[in-house]
Design a protein around this ligand. Structure first.
Ligand code: ZN
Length: 637
């Protein structure tokens, strides 16, 4: 499904709202760009409504029911039109109701996103929104607005609530009173956080309940609640929209791990990027069309539907250039998305979530190693994998320990690091080394001398094979003792405890290598981690001539009996304050080898349908791709 999230946060200082809205033209633009769904606005962050409301305030310079006209135009294009209602940011409500402000637990001050509003002509760069707390009076108001929207519009296509989970505790008067009623202490952070969670879940249940009174199965999404580390909110979403603007929000490697995490729930999930060069609300900002095509192919390769953010001009006319770029990307997505439907990642390696930054680092390394992987957590079946990675900070229950021991006893391989170790795996944790930043000695390519670990090791004991050693610094760097600009040099003599050790089916990195890699991006560390993996895990897919920015995704459709191999290549570069894709070099002679113990009937490139010669020998499928650019989809039957 190809979706557009059409922002419309529109200042009351702009006149003639919707003056250039033309229903037929709007329909044609949506249809020509192959848009399947477009989210349109009931109420925006400025606090104004775009339909005749008795409860809110219609935008002062809007003369007609823009929302209804948009919905009709989108429906005429054969697309869906979910309705957007702002929650956390609504300037008009914030100005009129200071008692609805979200009050920070620590500062006891209202919570602002961006800068605190001075309400003057001081030039503003970036955001200024006051956050509201949807508890008490504001919750009642949101319920009433929801009823009004459901009365006036057919909400079958869905409702999208925005800005629902800023911070995780509030001490506004409503929250303080509520906490006292519940026997919780508003001065205690854990109590405040507990109350916040209870009230957010109650809010999600109540608002969805109202929408479902009108349309039983309508999709309802609460934006901000698709955070991997806030699982308590996940059950109350009907689907997940994974907002992630790679140009401005940390690059192109974050979406896959989130997609894999949310895919586990078995609900529909979308990736959500933007058409902007930088981020939301950037009028006149453009991403190049091939970058957007890459992002769409990337989302399809991880099994996600795609959503692209745009912001409608106050005149109400969809931007011609934006929909030309979007149409180009969606045209390609339209041809290949069927190969993603009802598919699942096909892999023999899994990442066990630690719910720390180490997960992101681990996902990055797995992607650089061009491995497809699954996400697992407490209680998941790990017996189907040949290798499980436990990044840095996994906490184990007795049951987890038992399952992991059984897994290794049955031949499963474990790659683990830092705190993710317990005695029963044959490696005994003694203590943290106490160093601030130490060094690793392990020959990797041209690096034969100790290299900086960007972290420090844990001291362990085992009878395993030592594959790398630790060199401690002469001393920890303080104001009293320091050497040079950055970090203390290494002692010439290595320590007694290992940096990398292999004991049976367990490979242990003594450093939090995944967190350190996420933070540093160190070349030496990357090679070191890869070298460790190679000691214990044999890759299911081997690709030659695909550089490190090449991404490999491998999915299977049980229902239709095919495998889909996606190869993507576009090296991101940092320019100004963005990470962007601009070069899409042609790659030649990409060689693919996949462990597949099955009879293979055909190997085809799609959507062009070209047959690719292949060889199947000893459970290995091999074929060559003479040329590829940006994205190559290979369907194996
Ligand atoms: Zn509150």
């Amino acid at each position: 499904m190809k979706c557009v999230h059409l922002d419309f946060h529109t200042s009351p200082d702009i006149e003639n709202i919707g003056v250039d809205f033309n229903k037929e033209e709007f329909t044609k633009t949506v249809k020509d760009a192959k848009v399947d769904l477009m989210t349109v606005f009931a109420k925006c962050h400025h606090g104004y409504s775009y339909y005749p409301t008795k409860l809110g305030t219609v935008h002062p310079n809007l003369k007609f029911n823009l929302l209804q006209e948009e919905i009709d135009a989108i429906h005429a294009a054969g697309a869906k039109a979910p309705i957007y209602i702002t929650m956390g940011w609504s300037k008009l409500d914030a100005d009129q109701h200071p008692e609805w402000h979200h009050i920070d637990f620590f500062t006891k001050q209202p919570v602002y996103f961006g800068s605190k509003p001075p309400y003057t002509d001081v030039p503003l760069r970036g955001c200024t929104w006051t956050t509201l707390c949807p508890v008490g009076g504001y919750k009642k108001y949101l319920e009433d607005i929801t009823r009004e929207v459901c009365e006036q519009f057919d909400v079958s296509d869905g409702v999208f609530y925005d800005i629902c989970f800023i911070k995780d505790a509030c001490v506004c008067d409503s929250c303080k009173a509520g906490m006292k009623d519940m026997g919780l202490d508003p001065e205690n952070f854990d109590d405040a956080r507990k109350y916040f969670r209870i009230k957010r879940i109650e809010l999600m249940k109540d608002l969805t309940g109202i929408v479902h009174e009108y349309k039983k199965d309508a999709p309802v999404f609460y934006n901000g609640g698709a955070d991997m580390n806030r699982p308590e909110y996940h059950p109350y979403q009907t689907h997940y929209e994974l907002e992630d603007l790679p140009t401005a929000w940390g690059g192109y490697d974050l979406m896959p791990i989130r997609a894999k995490y949310f895919e586990k729930y078995g609900k529909i999930f979308w990736g959500m990027t933007g058409k902007f060069h930088h981020s939301w609300g950037e009028f006149g900002g453009f991403k190049n069309k091939d970058a957007l095509k890459y992002e769409c192919a990337d989302m399809i390769s991880i099994g996600a539907s795609m959503s692209v953010g745009d912001q409608l001009h106050p005149c109400g006319k969809l931007d011609e250039s934006t929909y030309s770029v979007m149409g180009y990307a969606f045209d390609y997505a339209d041809k290949i998305e069927k190969y993603s439907e009802n598919t699942k990642a096909y892999t023999d390696i899994a990442l066990w979530m630690s719910h720390s930054d180490s997960d992101i680092g681990c996902s990055k390394i797995l992607q650089i190693m061009q491995l497809e992987y699954d996400i697992v957590e407490v209680g998941d079946d790990i017996s189907k994998y040949s290798c499980v990675v436990l990044p840095d900070r996994v906490k184990f229950s007795d049951d987890d320990k038992k399952r992991l021991c059984e897994f290794t006893a049955n031949g499963g391989k474990i790659i683990t690091s830092a705190e993710s170790i317990f005695d029963e795996l044959g490696i005994k944790m003694i203590k943290h080394s106490g160093s601030d930043e130490d060094f690793i000695s392990c020959e990797i390519d041209e690096i034969k001398t100790p290299f900086l670990s960007y972290s420090s090791a844990y001291v362990t004991e085992s009878e395993g094979e030592v594959l790398a050693k630790v060199h401690a610094p002469y001393f920890n760097r303080t104001y009293e003792h320091f050497c040079g600009h950055k970090n203390t040099p290494f002692k010439l003599q290595s320590e007694e405890y290992p940096a990398l050790v292999k004991k049976g089916n367990v490979l242990y990195f003594a450093h939090p290598v995944f967190e350190a890699y996420n933070k540093s991006g160190s070349y030496a560390l990357e090679r070191y981690i890869k070298k460790g993996f190679e000691k214990i895990y044999s890759k299911q897919i081997e690709i030659e001539n695909l550089p490190s920015c090449g991404r490999v995704r491998f999915r299977k459709s049980e229902e239709k009996g095919f495998y889909a191999l996606h190869l993507l290549y576009a090296p991101p570069v940092n320019r100004g304050n963005v990470c962007l894709l601009e070069d899409f070099p042609v790659l030649s002679n990409v060689k693919v080898k996949i462990k597949l113990d099955q009879n293979i009937k055909s190997v085809k490139s799609e959507p062009d349908g070209e047959n690719i010669p292949f060889v199947c020998e000893n459970g290995i499928l091999s074929f060559d791709i003479p040329k590829m650019q940006l994205h190559k989809l290979i369907i194996i039957e």
